[in-house]
Design a binder for this molecule. Structure first.
Ligand code: AMP
Ligand code: ZN
Length: 142
């Protein structure tokens, strides 16, 4: 028997507030409701994080993101924006190890959500930026 809490939610062993379901994905309200309508979209197949996806499953899951996004926008016309977040591994704030995408509606600047993008532009020379890009590109080609 699975110990994964999201697998249990998908299998209806644990209750959830369902937002959307089809043969590939399940979407439900995040219990913490960072903002009203905060939703988690998960593949029905158990994958731990982004590094585990087969391309086909990734396509199926990510294709449903706009669908849920538009449903949120229609449900809450007062919504002013939407943050889409996918945490991978503990350091990056993943706490449930069944891959999931957070959709967090935004209503105002002071709602209960924040994100910080540092600016380290001065830290790398143009050559170092090129080296970083080359290194990543070479892995994709390998
Ligand atoms: P993360 O920290 O990115 O792994 O997100 C996991 C999310 O799952 C958190 O935002 C939790 O609030 C949410 N969560 C955990 N258990 C449940 C549950 N039983 N029902 C709904 N959301 C849950
Ligand atoms: Zn699972």
């Amino acid at each position: 028997m699975t110990e994964c809490i999201f697998c249990k939610i998908i299998d209806q062993e644990i209750p959830s507030y369902k937002v959307y379901e089809d043969d590939k994905v399940y979407a439900f309200l995040d219990i913490t409701q960072v903002t009203k309508g905060h939703t988690l979209l998960v593949p029905k197949e158990h994958v731990t994080d982004i590094f585990e996806y087969e391309p086909a499953l990734a396509g199926e899951v990510f294709a449903r993101v706009p669908l849920v996004a538009r449903a949120l926008e229609k449900a809450f016309p007062e919504m002013q924006g939407l943050n889409i977040i996918n945490n991978n591994k503990e350091l990056a704030y993943q706490s449930v190890f069944h891959s999931h995408i957070h959709l967090i509606p935004r209503y105002e600047e002071t709602d209960d959500f924040s994100i910080h993008f540092g600016n380290n532009q001065g830290k790398y020379t143009a050559e170092e930026m090129q080296e970083i890009a080359d290194k990543i590109r070479q892995q994709e080609e390998a």
